[in-house]
Design a protein around this ligand. Structure first.
Ligand SMILES: Nc1ncnc2c1ncn2[C@@H]1O[C@H](COP(=O)(O)OP(=O)(O)OP(=O)(O)O)[C@@H](O)[C@H]1O
Ligand SMILES: [Mg+2]
Length: 228
């Protein structure tokens, strides 16, 4: 599903080259549960942003479902992103002035889904994520766990094939973090591919496949054999 061939990402800062990713070769299949670990600055978020079409490689090729997405123009890339990819971040990235329900509804509006269907789909997700009684609350009127559940609902309302999560529990207490993880893992059970960046080895171990990054390279790629 996701294929990286010799992908590099070099940032230019004040005339200096900062190589964030160096010749990444990677193949992820549909429905896979993968964790990415590694020290700060090793390129985890950069890799996730490239997979999510929020950024472009400096060189190399990225194929998504067989399509070379590196050469698409911005508009076409945005369309692929909306259809196939969901994002969950450490700091939620919700729209502050919009209610929980409106935050979840946004991707449907952008995709041109008619109002009646939007209402039904948002209502279903609010219900299944235990947020029905918080629909009208703004993000600042929600707990951290509730905010992240709104963010997950927003990320999944377009039924993406891939969910990218950059430290989704990094800003939550342990119990709330576990709830959020079990929600994300339920989605894996439903066939969504989950790519999880985490600093927590215990969390990383839960994934069926683990990537380790150091200095812009994938230095290890292992699989759990006995994984429930
Ligand atoms: N927009 C940018 N401009 C310049 N350099 C950048 C940019 N984004 C990232 N970098 C650099 O690229 C490298 C990789 O950064 P990245 O954010 O991918 O690391 P990370 O593994 O996600 O780290 P952390 O665990 O701290 O989130 C770092 O050296 C960083 O300074
Ligand atoms: Mg990061």
């Amino acid at each position: 599903m996701i294929e990286f061939a010799d992908v590099s990402r070099i940032f230019m800062v004040g005339g200096q080259e900062v190589p964030a990713l160096r010749n990444i070769n990677l193949h992820l299949v549909a429905g896979e549960y993968v964790s990415i670990m590694g020290p700060s600055g090793s390129g985890k978020s950069t890799l996730l942003n490239l997979i999510g079409l929020l950024d472009r490689p400096s060189s190399g090729m990225y194929r998504l479902d067989g399509l070379d997405v590196t050469t698409l123009d911005d508009e076409h890339q945005a369309q692929v992103r909306r259809e196939k990819i969901g994002f969950v971040f450490q700091f939620f990235h919700l729209v502050p002035r919009l209610s929980a329900a409106m935050n979840i509804e946004l991707p449907l509006i952008l995709a041109g889904v008619p109002p009646q269907e939007r209402k039904e789909r948002v209502g279903q997700l609010l219900e299944s994520y235990g947020l029905a009684d918080r629909a009208g609350h703004r993000p600042d009127q929600l707990s951290g766990g509730q905010r992240q559940r709104v963010a997950i609902a927003r990320a999944t309302i377009m039924r993406p094939a891939v969910l990218l999560a950059d430290e989704p529990t990094g800003n939550l207490d342990q119990t709330t973090g576990k709830e959020v993880m079990s929600l994300l893992e339920q989605l894996v059970g439903q066939g969504v591919a989950l790519i999880l960046v985490t600093h927590d080895p215990a969390l990383g171990q839960r994934a069926a496949r683990q990537l380790q990054m150091v200095d812009g390279r994938i230095v290890s790629d292992t699989r759990n054999i006995s994984q429930a």
